[in-house]
Design a binder for this molecule. Sequence first.
Ligand SMILES: Cc1cc2nc3c(=O)[nH]c(=O)nc-3n(C[C@H](O)[C@H](O)[C@H](O)COP(=O)(O)OP(=O)(O)OC[C@H]3O[C@@H](n4cnc5c(N)ncnc54)[C@H](O)[C@@H]3O)c2cc1C
Length: 500
Amino acid sequence: MLTETEAHRNPLSELQVMQLLHPDAKESLQEAAQKDPGLPRTSPTWSTWLRSLPEHFSTKHGPRPLPDAADIVIVGSGFSGASTAYHLLCELQYPGKVVMIEARDACSGATGRNGGHMTAPNYRDFLMDVERYAHRMAVEDGRVEPTEADREIAVRMTVETRRFDDEGVKANIAFAKEHNIDCGYRQGENVQVYDTPEVYAIGQKHFQAAQKAGLTGARWLSKEEMKRVLGTTEYAAADAVPGAHMFPAKFVWYLLDQAIASGLELHTHTPVIDVNNGVVTTKDGSVVTAKHVVFATNAWTSHLVPELRGHIIPLRDQVITVPRTDSATEPVLPSGGLWMSNGSEYAIELSNGGRLIMGGFYEESGRHQAGNANDAELIPGVSTDLREALVSVPPLQKFPYDKPASPEIHEWTGIIAVSNDSAPYVGKLERLSSDKYSAWIVAGHNGEGMPRCFLFGKYIAQKLAQSFGMHVADPIAIPRAMKPNPHRVSNLDYFAWNLE
Ligand SMILES: Cc1cc2nc3c(=O)[nH]c(=O)nc-3n(C[C@H](O)[C@H](O)[C@H](O)COP(=O)(O)OP(=O)(O)OC[C@H]3O[C@@H](n4cnc5c(N)ncnc54)[C@H](O)[C@@H]3O)c2cc1C
């Protein structure tokens, strides 16, 4: 079996890495990618964030009659949908009718159950993205192998996405500060640890390539610094990049409240079962007709847009949290968070309330979680891995809590949306649109939506406003890699290449 190190040497999508790590599951992974995620589960596990859900979202905005028509229907009330609504109604002051339809509670998808970590990847996997984008260009051009010219463009595309993520984190923090949002954000440095000299050597290659391409902001920690920040020198290496975290749902509930005050009509507990040419049908048989529909449905998108099966794939992930037992307020973990195993495992320490939040570990459980959209159940093997990590990962050992089986430990699952080529889909779905109706998508964030969704929503809002003839003073650009161009939407070869 390939080790994770070997897998990360190849220019593979996350799903392909997983496939290589689980060779016995090869068939089931490809089948899993094609599975209908269905509607969001009705009784999901309850995250620590969602325990603070303001009551009015359920009582005032719960199931109620829908209007017959709207200018814009946004399906999904997570970070992407909420940011779209906020920017449209509050920033651009769009005067038309905007309806948001959410299957469950407000912000109860990935945003309401994620790890709260908000760190741009900087140089991490830089060369992998370059190869992914270069292969994409080759496939789009009917070729099997990319040329050096493809790779040069792919380097620029990768730098563009990394800078966009960085800007996204800054925009989130600036907004939280300006609006005084009580979301416990903390900004500082995120530390990534390298377990072995082999993974460190790979990391150095990504680092050097990124630096050569002009990306700055990352640095290696000295052994003394490692000892001070992580409490150990047993790692082969560690780096620091600008990092941040926050209580994600509080930020999003703020956006929703502001949008509602500016005219958004929110309908929670109202699953959408079909969208056809602007006709939106909900589970209770109600129908709303819209000029524009925004699919802010992330992991569940391909239930409503079946042609995206195999493009946007649900992946179940799990999070654990434990409260701090001493009264000190100085953080024990690095201020911007901690990445382990190339970012697929992470931990943050909340600034308000003193909690450790840790997530990931879905590959170690011995079973892949691709194609699984069931956030109503925990994954027993992952629960074991997460609890073990609490006591065995050196920097986490510094966190004071009732070990090893604190009754305060709380876990939940959530559904990440992995995309076939590891880039999100953000923009207009031309193939579903006509001269009377437009379909928009903002989904497939590959477990890294926190730095991005705010600006994605702003971009979609600006595009919508422009389509109604409104002037947009400061249009933002989306990185080329993330646009849902027709080639990308129709071409599943991105998933198939390089599997032998
Ligand atoms: C466990 C976990 C941990 C994560 N940790 C991090 C992290 O630390 N850092 C990071 O950057 N990212 C993380 N992510 C990813 C991040 O949470 C997402 O990228 C981001 O929240 C996506 O926001 P969204 O609004 O696009 O999607 P979501 O928040 O998933 O919102 C989609 C919404 O659409 C609704 N919906 C779907 N289908 C329908 C339908 N048919 N009808 C009506 N409503 C529908 C859903 O109920 C949901 O509320 C994590 C994700 C998970 C699951």
